[in-house]
Write a protein that binds this ligand. Structure first.
Ligand code: 3DU
Length: 199
């Protein structure tokens, strides 16, 4: 198993082929709006048969509504779901929740991401930019091994495979770079999560 989560930003048919091909080789799959619109919510259960599923709807609502949405996808078999960190301090909390704290592209998160991660409370972990490993190192120093770090931005967005893991991430999230050529997962051979073995 390579410490990679494949972002399935592709058609349903292509996604099903890919998860069958990669099920033994990667740590999990990330599903977003596009696949859920195409396959319906049952696609979460379908893909969960092949591996851990992170549902990325980048939820941003008051905690009681956010928690209701997240519970729907957890009931369908997802391990976890991603919410926007700008909700801080009024974040939904829970062991299934990843908080997006800084993006791969410039945003207002750049000014506040450390405040978001420093006092977040009980959540599963953070989404932090894998194309900027220096911030992953900084985050891991602040967090220790209390939270998972998962990191997009590898390949198509400029991050080098493995650099975020070496800086302290647990898993790298990769879409186009692996979708275009699934053999590329071999580039993660021998790399390990910094702290947690499951996404
Ligand atoms: O660039 P890729 O094709 O590897 O896809 C990256 C995925 O990670 C995609 O699903 C996108 O929604 C997600 N993501 C970012 O790209 C950047 C972020 O800051 C957060 C999530």
């Amino acid at each position: 198993m390579n410490p990679v989560i494949v972002a399935l930003d592709i058609s349903l048919l292509k996604a099903l082929d890919l998860v069958k091909m990669l099920r033994e080789k990667v740590a999990g799959f990330k599903i977003g709006w596009e696949l859920i619109f195409e396959g319906g919510i049952s696609i979460v259960s379908e893909i969960s048969r092949y591996g851990n599923v992170i549902v990325d709807l980048k939820v941003a609502d008051v905690p009681h509504i956010a928690n209701r949405v997240i519970n729907k996808v957890i009931e369908k078999g997802a391990c976890c779901a991603i919410v926007h960190g700008f909700l801080y301090p009024s974040l939904p909390r829970g062991e299934n929740i990843y908080v997006l704290a800084k993006m791969t592209a410039p945003t207002l998160y750049d000014e506040v991401w450390e405040r978001i991660i420093e006092n977040v409370g009980e959540i599963r972990g953070f989404v932090l930019p894998g194309n900027q490993p220096e911030f992953i190192s900084r985050a891991r120093k602040i967090l220790g091994c209390k939270y998972r770090i998962i990191s997009p931005g590898i390949g198509a967005q400029g991050g080098q495979p493995g650099n975020a893991l070496r800086a302290g991430a647990d898993f790298e999230i990769v879409g186009r770079y692996v979708v275009e050529n699934p053999d590329r997962v071999a580039e993660w051979t021998g790399l390990r999560p910094a702290c947690f073995n499951t996404p």
